[in-house]
Every structure is written in structure tokens, then in C-alpha cells.
Design a binder for this molecule. Structure first.
Ligand code: FE
Length: 133
């Protein structure tokens, strides 16, 4: 079960930094290799930067070389929403948080085993909750 998080545009602007807002609420993309979590290896759970819903485990993070944090599967399929995206002259599958509809990134079919998927996610859409040592 996913608990929906509904906020007004004004509330999101108040809650998020301008950069987070641009990605999460306006479907922007951070520049490759600039994100906080591109090279992060810390063990923990990546939660939605907007609403805190757990999205990806560090155990499924891999080095894709793309310049964005990459995962081969979500923590729970119901925590993400996928939608066809035809912007910028490409056909891609957009990935969103299922609780707050925040834009996360895209999923591609060129990932590693066991799923063959590559969830290409903006660092700005994520917050890392590190495991306790
Ligand atoms: Fe969210």
C-alpha cells in the first residue's frame, strides 16, 4: 500500500530547493556526473527526495558510467510509477515516485543481471538514508 502525498505547488516550492524542484516537479534532469549520489557506495536506502518513500536499495546500485545513479531494480515495484515519455524526440520510459508523482528519471532495458534494467535516476530526486554501522 502506498500512502499518497499531495501538496500544492506552493508547498513543494517551500519544501524543496530550487534544483530539487526543477527535477522532481518540473521533470528536469541534472547534468551528468554532477549529482551527489553518482558515485556513492554507502550502504543504505535511497528514498524519494520529495516525500521520503523508499525507492532503491544501495545493494542494487551499479556503476553504469552514465553519470547518474543507476539501479537494476526498485525496492518495491509499487513504489514507482512508469509512463511513456516522448519528449526531446526520444521514446523513453519515465520513472516517478508513486506516492508524490515526483519525477525520478528513466528506465532502460540495457541494465545488468538479474533484471536487465537500468533505472537512471537523478541524485536530486533521492535522499540516502545510510544503514546503521
Ligand atoms: Fe515521492
Amino acid at each position: 500500500m502506498v500512502k499518497r502525498v499531495e501538496k500544492s505547488d506552493a508547498e513543494w516550492r517551500e519544501l524543496l530547493s530550487a534544483d530539487q524542484y526543477q527535477v522532481l516537479r518540473s521533470k528536469g534532469t541534472e547534468r551528468a556526473f554532477t549529482g551527489e549520489h553518482n558515485n556513492t557506495k554507502t550502504a543504505g536506502t535511497y528514498v524519494c527526495g520529495g516525500c521520503g518513500q523508499p525507492l532503491f536499495s544501495s545493494s542494487t546500485k551499479f556503476d553504469s558510467g552514465s553519470g547518474w545513479p543507476s539501479f537494476y531494480e526498485p525496492i518495491d515495484a509499487v513504489h514507482i510509477e512508469e509512463e511513456r515519455d516522448t519528449s526531446y524526440g526520444m521514446v523513453r520510459t519515465e520513472v516517478m515516485c508513486s506516492a508524490c508523482d515526483g519525477h525520478l528519471g528513466h528506465v532502460f532495458a540495457d541494465g545488468p543481471a538479474p533484471t536487465g534494467l537500468r533505472y537512471c535516476i537523478n541524485s536530486l530526486s533521492l535522499k540516502l538514508e545510510a544503514d546503521e554501522e
